[in-house]
Design a protein around this ligand. Structure first.
Ligand code: PMP
Length: 369
């Protein structure tokens, strides 16, 4: 069976090998007589799944030993509250606002942080560009600096995380990497905490990944719920409450799939990154040479994961989407705040999917130009 190509921004396509393995193990995991959803999270079977997933993720993302890996629930939106409840102490929190998601994070932090300061904003450019880090107005003594490494809606991505020390701030950097986690390596020397929902590059919705430097644990505000206190979650190895067991299992299968990937000399995340660069360059290249489609994001910060594009004649949007569906190109409708189309090219999207999309875009252009 040839499955359609699914361009959803999330929940998004999962590698077919992972889905097939999960299907094969659905009724009986490794001869245990149980499916993973039916297992006690404290039983030896699930503990084995958990430990493997954690170890594989550490290897995959090269997470240094001084960072803890937490598997939580609540998604990125809950982390917008959980992060300030854990890290804001009584100090100012700095925000770098580069699109809808960092804007939302900033708004939520207003409820918990003593003071919220916007260090930089791309709003003047309608979030088509990331302000140069040299222009950021970072606060003295901030408890942390928040940014979103890939804005899923506006399609802007940091191709390098800022070195806050070089910019005069000694605050830890908090990164929302929901929509580009595992698509490229992470420079952990620049990060204090990174969080992301699983439903784009890691697995099903319901699992939230948090990677946090140990020295940031133990500073939660008294109002922080115990299940969301990073120190408590870390102490109990994500088992203070029942963790999202199915999500951890599927993410674990995805980590193994990622570790198996090869692209020339590169393996794992490095292989994925090469592939993601090639896919994105191919699609941007096609859009840029066309008179019919347009992407408005500044080249230095174009997302490899989420590529929004407009038809110059918006009246053709519905016809474009209907034709795409007929050809097995699914979920291309753009977010309502930006309009037009959005092609999300997460890890599970092969180059063939990008080629099929471009072939369709060309055909549509020829018919309607
Ligand atoms: N941050 C980013 C960058 C996202 O793309 C999303 C979801 N699209 C979220 C946060 C929110 O995630 P959730 O809906 O899982 O809470």
């Amino acid at each position: 069976m040839n499955r359609p190509f699914n361009f959803s921004a999330g929940p998004a396509a999962i590698p077919e090998e992972v889905l097939r393995q999960a299907a094969a193990e659905m009724l009986d995991w490794h001869g245990s007589g149980m499916g993973v959803m039916e297992m006690s999270h404290r039983g030896k079977e699930f503990i084995a799944i958990y430990e493997q997933a954690e170890a594989d993720l550490r290897e995959l993302l090269a997470v240094p030993p001084e960072f803890r890996i937490l598997f939580m629930q609540g998604g990125g939106v809950a982390e917008n509250a959980i992060v300030p409840m854990n890290l804001s102490r009584a100090a100012t929190v700095d925000f770098v606002v580069t699109g809808a998601w960092s804007q939302k994070s900033r708004k939520e932090a207003l409820k918990y942080a003593a003071e919220v300061h916007t260090a930089a904003s791309g709003e003047d450019s309608h979030f088509t560009s990331i302000p140069d880090p040299a222009s950021w107005q970072l606060s003295r003594g901030a408890s942390y600096v928040h940014l979103c490494s890939n804005e899923t809606i506006h399609g802007v991505e940091f191709h390098e995380l800022p070195d806050l020390r070089a910019l005069g701030s000694d605050a830890p950097l908090v990164v929302d990497f929901s929509s580009n986690v595992a698509s490229r390596p992470v420079d952990w020397s620049r990060v204090g905490l990174a969080f992301g929902g699983a439903q784009k590059n890691l697995g099903p919705a319901g699992l939230t990944l948090v990677v946090v430097r140990e020295d940031l644990l133990g500073h939660a505000l008294p109002i922080c719920p115990s299940a969301f206190d990073y120190a408590i979650v870390a102490e109990h190895r994500s088992m203070y409450n029942t963790p999202p067991t199915w999500g951890i299992y599927i993410a674990g299968l995805t980590f193994q799939w990622l570790l198996r990937q090869r692209e020339g000399e590169a393996t794992g995340i490095a292989a994925m990154e090469r592939r993601n660069i090639a896919k994105a360059e191919r699609l941007y290249g096609y859009i840029d040479q066309s008179q019919f489609y347009v992407n408005q994001v500044a080249p230095h910060c174009r997302s490899r994961m989420n590529i929004p594009f407009l038809l110059r004649d918006e009246a053709r949007n519905d016809a474009f989407l209907a034709g795409a569906r007929e050809r097995g190109l699914l979920q291309l409708k753009g977010h309502k705040s930006v309009g037009g189309m959005r092609a999300s090219l997460y890890n599970a999207m092969p180059m063939e999917g990008v080629e099929a999309l471009i072939a369709y875009m060309r055909e549509f252009e020829q018919h309607h130009a």
